[in-house]
Design a protein around this ligand. Structure first.
Ligand code: SAH
Length: 257
């Protein structure tokens, strides 16, 4: 069954009205007709089975015949603070981490980032990253679209995390920064200190190609963000992000059917 992303505003009184581009695609390419059933999701977690009641190339809408919340979203939210690598690598990281179940991606400008981004370029890139996130969502069957925030400097990323972690509640908010020079701590040991069910959100910091500077390592440690090793081999930044996210998804029981 074909699946389309709509906006929450396009769902009203049990009727879904599809956007112009989707309408054209539905009629001209997919040859949908009145009476056909399609799936629609609005990015907030709900998915609808929709029977088309109007199917013209400039207007397609349908009535909701079933509504559900598919169980595709991880219970534990993972926020990736990604030191910005070169363009194509960042896009790859967005796509793959969305498939694996990331909750949010915060691109981070660090001391050794090789990219410098001015304001206009930054907003273009943020838009592009969010488009990639949407596409990855559609493709992977997810119903919530992870946000990719505009790039922030390292210190701001730490503040951002501190605000989340200081929320008053009995839940846990562990954060780690992956550091190839760490000789003691690893994810396996860290997880032993937590009751997985009580972990609400996990923050993960990954350095860019050039790694973290000593100052950044110190700042993160001062914020009680724990350094962890991902093994004795040095991974490329994009490998590190995928490896750590896969390990977290495994630990939190998300790699189950
Ligand atoms: N420039 C550094 C490597 C940076 S790798 C060097 O050549 O020595 C890029 C990022 O991936 C690092 O900042 C870290 O966050 C992560 N990373 C890569 N290998 C890792 C490992 N073995 N353990 C923990 N983190 C690692």
């Amino acid at each position: 069954m074909h699946r389309f992303l709509t906006t929450p505003e396009s769902v009203k009184n049990g009727i879904v009205t599809f956007g112009k581009d989707d309408a054209k695609h539905m009629i001209k390419v997919l040859r949908h007709k009145r009476g056909d059933i399609v799936l629609a999701f609005d990015g907030s977690g709900r998915q609808y089975e929709v029977e088309l009641v109007e199917a013209e190339k400039d207007r397609v809408c349908g009535k909701i015949i079933k509504s559900c919340r598919p169980d595709t979203e991880p219970k534990t939210k993972v926020i990736l603070f990604q030191g910005i690598p070169k363009a194509d690598k960042m896009e790859w990281i967005v796509q793959k981490t969305v498939e694996l179940g990331i909750w949010k991606i915060v691109p981070v400008i660090t001391q050794f980032s090789v990219v410098s981004i001015n304001d206009r370029k930054s907003s273009n890139r943020t838009e592009r990253w969010n488009r990639i996130s949407k596409e990855a969502c559609k493709q992977s069957g997810r119903v919530v679209i992870p946000e990719v925030t505009p790039p922030v400097p390292f210190e701001e990323a730490l503040n951002y995390w501190n605000k989340i972690a200081s929320e008053e509640s009995g839940d846990s908010y562990p954060a780690v920064f992956c550091h190839e020079k760490e000789r003691k701590n690893c994810l396996k040991e860290l997880f032993k200190c937590y009751n997985i069910k009580c972990i609400k959100t996990i923050g993960v910091f990954i350095g860019p190609e050039g790694g973290f500077s000593d100052k950044e390592v110190q700042l993160a440690t001062d914020c009680h963000i724990k350094p962890v090793s991902l093994g004795k081999r040095i991974l490329r930044t994009e490998t590190a992000s995928i490896a750590v996210l896969s390990a977290i998804m495994y630990e939190t029981g998300e790699l189950r059917a």
